[in-house]
Ligand binder design. Structure first.
Ligand SMILES: [Fe+2]
Ligand SMILES: [Fe+2]
Length: 333
């Protein structure tokens, strides 16, 4: 179980080690917004299904019957304790993630001066990040990554970029580790949302924004804030976390992934957009297209947390070949 404790704002002293949690956490967004598992109805094989068709059928999820432990229901007490720690997580997230904080994080991490390693090395490193707060996921992270990637590969055999995107989408969680700055959880995981404009009501635990410095800033608290309609998400400051970090790493190391892949990595935790439809007025045409792929990806991200084990050694050569195709051998992190 995750124990979150109060901590000072990171400010410029980010390099200082701040232990804020006894355990490493992840996928908090899913715990909050999904209220359990979702599994898709039968998806037919990839006979000409395009992203749009899948995205539209997103509504057609049915309630799950079992989680990865084969349990129908979670323990009531465990559930309420979990809720409390998740709420505390979002309280800290909503207070500390300000426009200035995100700007500072982007500047700091775009230096990419911490570690040099390959994508696969990072997958293995992520195994040190154990998500004990998620009762539906007790496998090492690399299995979650491979389960997601393999599930997509089955339904979209020709979209190799999508398989690789799935494999690497959570690598940014290494921000929790000491050599990456050991950022607190509220700066790494959970749902993301824009800064520089009003906080949409659909954002989970919205009430805690009242304590955010930006909340009463007249430049930031209108519908468009500092942005204009249709400006494109590229121009929008999104709360800092593993999504934006991994996007930065991929972009700065000149990954040749298609734009939709980079979009998935960057916005997969942006639940207010892809679940609630908030902030769509800031999107441009390209974002609209990419969003369809994100919605395809997203259900595999949730669905694949199952007991279906993936033989890592067996699938490794395939993923190494994709890494070689789309990434340099060593990346700066
Ligand atoms: Fe994630
Ligand atoms: Fe994930």
């Amino acid at each position: 179980m995750t124990i979150l404790t109060e901590q000072p704002e990171l400010g410029l002293q980010m390099e200082e080690k701040k232990i804020i949690s006894s355990e490493i956490d992840g996928e908090i967004n899913e715990l909050v917004l999904d209220g359990g598992f979702v599994v898709p109805k039968e998806i037919s094989k990839n006979d000409g299904i395009v992203a749009q068709d899948i995205a539209v059928s997103n509504e057609a999820f049915i309630a799950p019957e079992i989680n990865s432990f084969g349990q129908s229901f979670r323990d009531y007490n465990a559930e309420s304790e979990r809720h409390k720690s998740v709420e505390e997580f979002y309280r800290l997230n909503h207070i500390h993630q300000t426009y200035d904080f995100v700007k500072q994080m982007r500047e700091e991490y775009s230096k990419l001066n911490r570690v040099e390693m390959s994508i696969w090395e990072c997958c293995e490193l992520l195994n040190e990040v154990v998500d004990d707060s998620d009762p539906d996921l007790d496998e090492p992270q690399i299995e979650h990554l491979l389960q997601t990637a393999e599930a997509i590969r089955k339904d979209y055999p020709d979209e190799d970029w999508l398989h690789l995107t799935a494999l690497i989408h959570d690598l940014g969680k290494v921000l929790l580790l000491p050599s990456f700055g050991e950022l607190p959880q509220w700066a790494v995981v959970g749902d993301t949302h824009p800064l520089g404009c009003a906080f949409d009501e659909s954002i989970v635990h919205h009430k805690y924004f009242k304590e955010n410095l930006d909340y009463n800033n007249p430049s930031y608290n209108t519908k468009n804030g500092i942005y204009s309609e249709g400006c494109g998400l590229d121009n929008v400051m999104i709360s800092w976390g593993h999504d934006d970090y991994m996007y930065l790493v991929a972009k700065e190391n000149r990954a040749t992934l298609p734009k939709a892949g980079l979009f998935i990595i960057r916005y997969h935790s942006f639940y207010p957009l892809h679940r609630a439809g908030a902030y769509r007025h800031l999107m441009n045409k390209e974002d609209e297209e990419n969003l369809k792929w994100l919605q395809v990806f997203n259900k595999y991200d949730l669905y694949s947390k199952s007991k279906v084990r993936v033989d890592v050694e067996k699938v490794k050569p395939y993923y190494l070949s994709l890494i070689e195709k789309y990434f340099p051998a060593k990346l700066r992190w």
